[in-house]
Design a protein around this ligand. Structure first.
Ligand code: AMP
Length: 509
């Protein structure tokens, strides 16, 4: 946090200051301190900030203020601000933030994402609208059906732009940009300023101010990082051992594949440890249940793939485990960024097989520091690999860089990052949500008390496309304001993991 600066010093409207105070924030985070005045001044912005830095309030607060102070009169289906995000979870979280920070201002917001029935969204678009939070695919579906009119957009926010590029959204973004007025304010947020992002920014931003709260590819400083060298075939036992030994109550475990996530969660359940897997093949209701259980402490272990974990905003996450190192070193930085959020301390532990040493070296090179190798106490690392069983399992075979190798086209493939054709826009949702059925898209006035959204379902479609309108009733029942800088969880809390019974290029303006 920036020491003496307050939100009031940033020139925010009293109605927004009130909401910020009610949310429990006392001081702006560095990205908020840097970004808010720039956006309020009407400049385009190129911001390097990872999830967890408070970036959402960094753009939401000044956007609300600018909309509040410029031409009024929301029109049906014609947003004045468009916020594009890569995933449905992030879209829902951002819109929840819009509501939280905008609860005392008369602005209306709507979130839309694919993978659910489009009709409730069409109905919601018939009502006046100021801020539209959307994923690119579903937004283009609506454009195709002429249910949304983007000609009134005066502010465009590209949130997690690096993810959008990573997930193959560039064409969709290009199409959307072509529909927007050229005279607009554009804010581009990205975890890093990669060359690709700079290229995108060049085409999209006009005379942008640049702010950055994290040096390029540096690891969150407040995260304790360590490594246990563990043979692949012993990792599952080692993880159970660690969870019990440290009495971890909330740990996010990363696997490289969806199948690996399932298998690990099943093993933990067999060991009497409450666990759930979350990945792109899970239904919306399964994902929602898993996430809610994890957030409220019922399920101490959430096993996730990289893509599934993106956009999850989980407070006070004290522990992240890399069950397998990611192929891409940058993903390590994103993974461990799940802990130590907005100033809170956190710990990231990686279980590294001999074959993964090369990946570890690449990560250490990227973060420019060695990661401590710690001995794994009270655990027998000498047990031989059950050769036939393990070797025959595709998720355990080693690839070139020591990663489990997956067969092409089978369900054990890593979560995809490349785009797939969109669903026909008229196709209805295939499953109802956990809250009891399909709901109308959330077209609400900002004053709603809704908070964090539930995760939505993927159901086979690439995750970027599988967005869902969050039911407002469900949102209202969810957890209170998100806060950061909370103390780490106290190991003396009751019901620990071990005791818990198992439950189940580019762009022109
Ligand atoms: P974000 O990077 O936008 O995903 O925010 C990460 C977390 O930081 C969220 O849980 C926010 O509620 C929280 N947060 C945002 N701004 C502040 C602040 N000024 N003080 C404390 N927590 C904050």
């Amino acid at each position: 946090m920036t020491s003496s600066i307050t939100f009031a010093d940033l020139g925010l409207d009293p109605a927004l200051l009130r909401a910020v105070t009610e949310t429990g924030y006392t001081q702006p985070t560095p990205i908020q301190h840097q970004a808010i005045p720039v956006v309020l001044d009407g400049h385009d912005l190129l911001a390097a900030a990872q999830t967890g830095t408070g970036k959402t309030a960094g753009f939401t607060l000044p956007v609300l203020q600018r909309l509040l102070h410029t031409e009024r009169g929301a029109k049906p289906g014609r947003p004045r601000c468009l916020i594009l995000t890569p995933t449905r979870e992030l879209a829902a979280q951002v819109e929840a933030s819009v509501q939280t920070y905008g609860r005392h201002v008369p602005l209306k917001s709507l979130v839309m994402f694919g993978g659910v029935n489009i009709n409730p969204q069409i109905a919601a678009l018939r009502k006046p609208l100021d801020i539209l939070v959307a994923t690119p695919g579903r937004l283009l579906d609506h454009v195709g059906q002429k249910t949304v009119d983007l000609s009134g957009v005066s502010i465009l926010v590209l949130d997690e732009a690096d993810r959008m590029l990573d997930m193959g959204f560039i064409r969709d973004i290009r199409k959307i940009l072509a529909l927007l007025p050229k005279a607009r304010q554009t804010l581009l947020f990205s975890a890093t300023f990669s060359d690709e992002i700079r290229q995108l920014a060049q085409g999209v931003l006009r005379d942008p101010r640049e702010v950055s709260v994290a040096a390029r590819n540096t690891t969150a400083e407040r995260v304790d990082q360590s490594v246990h060298l563990v043979p692949q075939h012993l990792k599952r036992d080692a993880l159970s051992h660690l969870i019990r030994r440290h009495d971890w109550r909330q740990v996010l475990v990363f696997t490289r594949t969806k199948h690996g996530a399932n298998r690990l969660a099943e093993k933990l359940l067999r060991d009497g440890i409450g666990a759930a897997a979350i990945h792109g093949n899970k239904s919306q209701s399964a994902r929602t249940r898993a996430l809610e259980g994890f957030k409220n402490g019922d399920v101490p272990v959430l096993v996730a793939t990289d893509i599934a974990a993106r956009g999850l905003d989980i407070d006070q996450l004290p522990q992240v485990v890399n069950f397998e190192l990611p192929n891409v070193p940058e993903d390590y930085v994103h993974r461990i960024g799940r802990t130590g959020r907005a100033g809170a301390a956190g710990s990231a532990l990686s279980l590294v097989d001999r074959d993964e040493i090369k990946l570890l070296a690449a990560i250490e090179k990227l973060i420019k520091r060695p990661i401590d190798r710690l001995p794994l106490a009270d655990f027998d690392l000498s047990a031989p690999a059950p050769a036939a069983a393990e070797a025959s399992h595709p998720s355990e075979r080693r690839g070139r860089a020591g990663q489990p190798q997956e067969r092409r086209g089978d369900r054990r493939q890593p979560e995809r990052r490349s785009p797939e054709p969109r669903q026909p826009s008229s196709r209805p949702a295939q499953t109802a949500d956990a809250g009891g059925g399909r709901q109308a898209a959330a077209n609400r006035t900002a004053p709603s008390s809704a908070r964090q959204p539930a995760a939505a379902r993927d159901n086979g479609r690439p995750q970027r496309e599988s967005q869902a309108a969050r039911p407002s009733g469900q949102a209202r029942n969810e957890a209170g304001p998100r806060r950061a800088a909370q103390p780490r969880q106290d190991a003396s809390r009751k019901s620990g993991a071990g005791q818990r019974p198992p439950r189940a290029a580019l762009l022109g303006r």
